[in-house]
Design a protein around this ligand. Structure first.
Ligand code: TYM
Length: 341
């Protein structure tokens, strides 16, 4: 088989594991919306198969799946432009994931930092699915022959592993270029939004205290309170960006401001040079409320119409399967599976 060129196609996904943070919004959802009108095919998935690698209450999983598609739409993704769907409705993900379980090596999985972080000292007790997680993620991306994957910094290693799996498959079966080498797209000031109480950790939906994160559904008062209580240092906003070096808490708040206002960090520092936190934090809270409140209001409205959300997911799944299934069948043929036609 000769080398193939792949047209640009964007794929990304978010786990419906309950609660969406400002990190998910700035690191992922907002950037999905920004790519939507680039003239490229875009697929944004609710990765429910990935969610169940750790225990999910079934009723909550259903709720979180609908809430995530509501967030996609409320933030500005248009189901007529982007393909919005949930992973379990397109069986090709799980099927290609199995092929990749047989391509990826144990040693590769053992190096995954997210697995090590999540499993901790409990590696013997976590699910097999949690261990195989990155191989399914590779299938999500490669079943569409996607070339670009917008993600936050924490997913970089998984996208790199996806490239290793693609390269090994292409090489083992002598099909150069069959799977593309997808690029992680990690751009902008908020690819790693940090915990408001401890800026050495990323902001995450699973952190212990609610005060350490902003949720997309927090009300104005809660957002103001959380920023007010966010940890900072005694110095205020410096005169230049270099003045944020070695100050992770300060850097985080300025990055968040920059991402929310679609400005560079330089521009924010120039605007607030010399200001104290007493002035900056309320301005940041006001900006966050101005951006998030319309989205959470619209999410709440959409959640009143679950049938409509399910319809969006169903139609998206049909369009996604129309791309994924032929690609899966080509991979089956390459591997040597007999398919009765
Ligand atoms: P998940 O559900 O943990 O997070 C979804 C997206 O949000 C980004 N993100 C952040 N960005 C900046 N700062 C933060 N504090 C922050 N927290 C989360 C994540 O980087 C991610 O882009 N494995 C993926 C889901 C997935 C996927 C895929 C992604 C499954 N298959 C295929 C891309 C392509 C995950 O757990 O994301």
């Amino acid at each position: 088989m000769t080398e193939q060129t792949h047209t640009k196609r964007v794929f990304s996904g978010i786990k419906p594991s309950g609660g969406l943070t400002l990190g998910n919004y700035l690191g992922a959802i907002k950037r999905f919306v920004d790519t939507q009108d680039s003239g490229v095919e875009t697929l944004y998935c609710v990765v429910d198969l990935h969610a169940i690698t750790v225990w999910q209450d079934p009723a909550q999983l259903r709720y979180a799946t609908r809430e995530l598609v509501a967030a996609y739409v409320a933030a500005g993704l248009d189901p007529a432009k982007s393909i919005l769907f949930n992973q379990s409705q397109v069986s090709a993900h799980a099927e290609l994931g199995w092929l990749f379980n047989c391509v990826a090596r144990m040693g590769w999985m053992n190096r995954m930092t997210q697995f090590k972080d999540k499993a901790g000292k409990n590696a013997e007790k976590v699910s097999l699915g949690l261990y195989a997680y990155p191989s399914l993620m590779a299938a999500d991306i490669l079943v569409y022959h996607a070339t670009h994957v917008p993600v936050g910094e924490d997913q970089k290693q998984h996208v790199e592993l996806t490239r290793d799996i693609a390269a090994k498959f292409n090489n083992d079966f002598g099909v150069p270029g069959f799977f593309p080498m997808p690029e992680p797209v990690i751009e902008g000031p908020a690819t790693r939004v940090m915990n408001l109480r401890d800026a050495t950790k990323k902001m995450s939906k699973s952190g212990e205290s609610d005060m350490e994160r902003i949720n997309m559904t927090d009300d104005a008062e809660t957002i103001a309170k959380k920023f007010k209580k966010a940890r900072t240092d005694p110095d205020g906003i410096p005169g230049e960006v270099k003045g944020l070096d070695g100050r992770p808490e300060a850097r985080n708040l300025v990055d968040i401001y920059a991402a929310l206002s679609a400005q560079s960090v330089e521009a924010v520092v120039a605007e607030y040079a010399g200001a104290g936190w007493g002035a900056f934090k309320p301005a940041l809270a006001e900006l966050a409320v101005a951006k998030l409140a319309p989205i959470s209001t619209e999410m709440a409205r959409l959640m009143q119409a679950p049938d409509e959300l399910d319809r969006i997911l169903g139609q998206g799944a049909e369009r996604a399967a129309a791309i994924a299934t032929p690609n899966l069948h080509k991979a089956y043929d390459i591997v040597g599976f007999v398919r009765s036609r």
